[in-house]
Write a protein that binds this ligand. Structure first.
Ligand SMILES: *Cc1c(COP(=O)(O)O)cnc(C)c1O
Length: 397
């Protein structure tokens, strides 16, 4: 893939090495490689004077522990020098909602890409609307054309590239330039690429969130979210997290840190297998389109090449027009591709989707039933055989 952007001046270590070394304090851990899983609420102060001064590195479990500190340091190092802090929250969705609450107030206007993760929309149309924030959705492919949607009270823009399900590639640096010229902040959902394959804060994004539930955890065994913020927005994120009282369970924090250590090898394999499967699927007669920005034929490919150093294992396909029962027969015939929500674990997944029902700024009419695939760490020949079984059932139905 693209060579990793490495500036030896600012950081002598490359991203893979950062993933292995960052956030480790062997001395504090009494020689152990990993930090302990600190289950803790109360932190004791040795003297009254220390208590009055809130002296000490840790003050209360909700505000942080040696385990959260290790993960925050590792994520900051991965995000790069623009990252001023990382907030840890109990899910990817809470990372989005906390980021939005940090920068918006009653009377504000919010711009949101039409291809955003659907539960993020529910928050904008639900709680945010109730608290007096107005949301306008825009075509994510509009680039600098987003300028026409700004109002005097537009405070933030929420984007995701590539977007959930459809993998449309928004030009986030271009959108950020327009937003900053109008005094608005940019929040992005970087779950697909992770900071390993796209350093969002270096591309004009002010707050970049991750559903760590996905690739950072990597094993389909946690719910977790992270919020990376730049100098300007970190105080807002920290204050909001403190006031809301959100914090993350120590086991999930530990498992996220453990996931980070192997992220580079897992993602490289997801990328390799994902692209091989995408190319194989593109040649199948049942498939009319593959939606994968790392494929040369994809309309978002140029942006992907420019802004990303790699691709993950999640993409979609559009099947030739067929009745629902043919699609269902395919879903029931595959065995290695599990049917279920989420992604980013070691295992392959498939779900059908139809986003035409909820998109409001654009029409999504791909010309056939659509499936989103997550390519796991199984052998690709076994995955092809599994999908061949699925296509046989699709054709027979
Ligand atoms: C899954 C997902 C989320 C939400 O993460 P949870 O941990 O499930 O709350 C947010 N954004 C994207 C793109 C996702 O795929």
């Amino acid at each position: 893939m693209n060579s990793s952007r490495h500036d030896p001046q600012s950081n002598p270590l490359r991203a893979e090495t950062v993933l292995v070394t960052a956030g480790r304090d062997t001395k504090a851990q009494k020689g152990f490689v990993n930090p302990p899983v600190v289950h803790g609420s109360t932190v004791l102060y040795p003297t009254a004077e220390d208590l009055h001064a809130h002296r000490g590195e840790f003050r209360y479990g909700r505000h942080g522990t040696p385990t959260t500190k290790a993960l925050q340091e590792a994520l900051m190092a991965l995000e790069g020098p623009q990252c001023a802090g990382v907030g840890l929250v109990p899910s990817g969705l809470s990372a989005i909602t906390t980021a939005l609450l940090s920068v918006l107030k009653a009377g504000d206007h919010l711009l949101v890409g039409d291809n955003i993760y659907r539960p993020s929309r529910n928050f904008c149309d639900g709680l945010l609307a109730r608290y007096g924030v107005e949301t306008t959705y825009f075509d994510p492919l509009i680039g600098t054309g987003v300028a026409e949607f700004f109002k005097p009270n537009t405070a933030a823009v929420l984007v995701e590239a590539p977007g959930s399900q459809t993998f449309e590639m928004a030009d986030i640096p271009a959108i950020a330039e327009v937003a900053h010229a109008r005094g608005a902040l940019v929040i992005d959902d970087n779950t697909w690429a992770t900071p390993l394959y796209r350093r969002a804060l270096e591309q004009g994004v002010d707050i970049s969130m991750q559903a760590a539930t996905k690739y950072i955890g990597g094993h389909s065994d946690i719910m977790f979210g992270t919020i990376s913020a730049n100098e300007k927005t970190w105080p807002l994120i920290l204050e909001t997290i403190r006031q809301l009282g959100v914090c993350a369970g120590p086991d999930d924090v530990f498992l996220s840190l453990r996931g980070l250590r192997t992220l580079s090898v897992r993602l490289a394999q997801h990328q390799r297998s994902g692209l091989e499967m995408a190319r194989w699927l593109a040649a199948r007669p049942e498939v009319v389109r593959v939606l994968h920005p790392a494929m040369e034929s994809d309309p978002g490919h140029a942006i992907w090449r420019r802004d990303f150093t790699g691709a993950s294992g999640l993409f979609s396909i559009v099947l030739k027009p067929a009745p629902q029962k043919a699609v269902d027969a395919m879903l029931d015939a595959v065995k290695l591709f599990g049917m279920g929500y989420s992604w980013g674990g070691f295992e392959s997944l498939v779900i059908p989707f139809d986003c035409d029902g909820y998109r409001t700024a654009t029409n999504w009419a791909p010309g056939g039933p659509s499936l989103r695939l997550h390519i796991g760490l199984e052998n690709v020949e076994d995955l092809k055989a599994d999908l061949e079984r699925g296509f046989a059932a699709f054709n027979a139905a």
